[in-house]
Unconditional design. Structure first.
Lengths: 282, 327
């Protein structure tokens, strides 16, 4: 029994001369190829969003409903003035929107794996984690659209940035970074849970206490002691305070630092966990 | 003989179930190996190990000389995989699916596009090229899936139950495609639940059951062990039945029986008997309405190899009559 050692002697499967099968992996070429794969796979997510824009409803119409609900229903009662509450709540609803939207990826990946699309990716000579990283990166598009919708609608109903464009954009970027980190939590859940519907359920279960149990809608001082204790340790509180500070003015150094730390912390823990769970699952 | 795929002693457990219990497989370069077995026999597990999608608990395998455990990327550069469930992205169009694969195989954008176009044309999908795959029929989806696995011009193709769930005419189409691949020099490992499919496509067949290869050989050798082939004749004129029975009784060791009104059938040892019967029918001037060689079903194959009927995969391991003497 002899063994084939030279793959280039393998017969071509087509009369057409074989196309180059890509760079050798390793070194800078390997990194460039991997980056290319990740971007290609992120492009896949974007194509899907473009094809079925209705899946953006969680990042577009839903937050607008939230803004209307909170500003017009509770605004005057909570803050005394509807206008003051609009200013207070737009930056934080943007954060909340993106955090909820970051739960979508777990559902989508769970579905993808069920349908076998990932088997195809895994039988290709690309890095095993490229499909996951690409999918997470593709979510950025959803997040940017969501942020634009909330801020845009806010402007229509009287919200104004009090600082400057630079700080406001920094605020949006901070939320994007945080939401991308939280994506890895969603991916992790998506790998652990069997049904896409259950992934959604767990995502909501996680996001409700995090986004509502923070200073997203009310000031901490109005809350009972035990709830204040939770609100103060909740990372979303720091994020919300940081964005508010960046858009409306006020102390930002500490909440921004906290938010960055949490973003990197969450990613550092959940990205490896998610990738490991993914490798086990498929 | 050079082997494109070689596997020795593959073992894989899922919890307490032993999906593979020491499987050896070898596929000669440019040939077709049919892996035949019932649901849960371990066929898909074996394919997934050979495609580097699963790690075996024991044993080793090489694809074109590359170890599936140590050289996964090199193996993946040589293989194409088409599973039982078409793994295409339903939200993307046919073209987008294939271009995506091409880009992931590091083809420049233009080459990826032209390769996609060429594959869509050869799989008769040009018209559907710009429609999302979710609007494809089952057969179209399978063809797109097969096209997707051919983007990189793999030297070795794994086809995991490529025709399960397809209607008979689509099955013939798929067989034609497989023959086309082989004609181009591709090595094919094909799993199937149908003996007639393995017979139609494979150079060698390995029968797998409860994670073990229980028989292997060429289709002719296997049919010889298994027996169970029958010739069925339905004369146009029922008056001819006694004459037909006479002919059948002379070419077979068994006696002609009538499985249905106006039909006679007799067990035969090999394909050659078909020609014998045809010549004699012609010589006696008997017109026939139906004349066929029936292959044994998977269940019958298993019955003759193991002495028991095909059983659900969770049944206790039965090791009574395992035959490896075919090859």
């Amino acid at each position: 029994m002899s063994t084939l050692t030279a793959p280039d002697t393998a017969p071509s499967t087509s009369a057409i001369p074989a196309a180059p099968m890509g760079s050798q992996y390793g070194g800078r070429d390997g990194l460039r190829a991997s980056t290319q794969h990740v971007l290609t796979l992120a492009g896949r997510t974007i194509t899907k969003i473009r094809r079925t824009p209705e899946q953006l409803v969680d990042a577009t119409l839903q937050p607008i409903l939230f803004v209307i609900l909170f500003v017009y229903l509770f605004g005057a009662a909570v803050a005394g003035s509807r206008h003051d509450y609009t200013e207070f709540v737009i930056p934080s609803i943007m954060a909340q929107t993106l955090l909820f939207a970051s739960m979508t990826i777990g559902v989508n990946l769970n579905t993808d794996i069920k349908k076998g699309v990932f088997d195809r990716f895994r039988s290709l000579p690309i890095s095993r984690s490229a499909p996951l990283i690409g999918a997470v990166l593709g979510e950025l598009v959803r997040f940017v659209i969501g942020a634009c919708f909330v801020i845009g609608f806010g402007y229509v109903i009287g919200f104004r940035v009090h600082t400057n464009a630079f700080e406001a954009i920094a605020g949006v970027l901070l939320v994007l970074l945080f939401a991308i980190s939280v994506c890895w939590v969603s991916v992790f859940i998506g790998m652990l849970v069997r049904e896409p519907g259950a992934v959604q359920g767990f995502g909501f279960l996680l996001m409700f206490p995090l986004t509502f149990g923070s200073t997203t809608f009310v000031k901490a001082a109005t809350l009972p002691g035990w709830l204040q204790a939770w609100v103060h340790v909740n990372p979303v509180t720091h994020l919300v305070e940081a964005v508010r500070g960046l858009m409306l003015g006020g102390p930002v150094a500490w909440p921004v630092a906290q938010s960055l730390l949490w973003s990197f912390g969450i990613a550092a823990v959940f990205m490896p966990l998610a990738i490991r769970a993914y490798r086990r699952k498929v | 003989m050079r082997y494109a795929v070689e596997a020795e002693g593959l073992v894989k457990r899922f919890g307490s179930t032993k999906a593979l219990d020491g499987v050896d497989l070898a596929v000669a370069e440019g040939s077709v190996l049919g892996v035949l077995g019932p649901n849960g026999a371990g066929k898909t597990t074996a394919v997934r190990i050979l495609a580097t999608l699963l790690t075996p608990d024991a044993g080793s395998a090489r694809v074109l000389g590359h170890d599936v455990l140590k050289d996964g990327v090199k193996v993946r550069r040589q293989i194409g995989l088409t599973g039982q469930y078409a793994s295409v992205d339903e939200d993307l169009t046919g073209t987008e699916n294939l271009v995506l694969i091409g880009r992931l195989l590091d083809l420049p954008r233009r080459d990826a596009r032209s390769r996609a176009k060429e594959l869509l044309a050869s799989f008769d999908l040009t018209e559907a090229a710009d429609r999302p795959a979710k609007n494809y029929s089952g057969g179209m989806r399978r063809r797109l899936d097969l096209a997707a696995s051919l983007v990189g011009r793999p030297a070795v193709m794994y086809l995991d139950e490529p025709t399960t769930g397809l209607d008979p005419s689509k099955r013939e189409d798929m067989w034609k495609l497989v023959r086309g691949l082989v004609a181009d020099g591709t090595t094919v490992l094909l799993t199937t639940q149908y003996l007639d499919e393995a017979d139609a496509l494979a150079d060698e067949i390995a029968v797998i059951d409860h994670g073990k290869v229980i028989a292997s050989g060429t289709p002719a050798e296997l049919k010889h062990i298994v027996g169970g082939q029958t010739i069925q004749v339905r004369p146009l004129d029922p008056e001819d039945l006694p004459a037909v029975a006479g002919i059948l009784n002379t070419i077979s060791t068994g006696r002609a029986e009538s499985p249905a009104r106006g039909v006679l059938s007799v067990p035969v040892a090999g394909d050659e008997a078909l020609a014998d019967v045809a010549i004699r029918l012609a010589a006696e001037g008997i017109a026939v309405a139906e004349f066929s060689l029936r292959l044994p079903s998977l269940d019958e194959v298993f019955f003759s190899l193991t002495g028991r009927h095909e059983t659900p995969p969770d049944d206790p391991e039965s090791s009574d009559i395992t035959r490896e003497d075919a090859a």
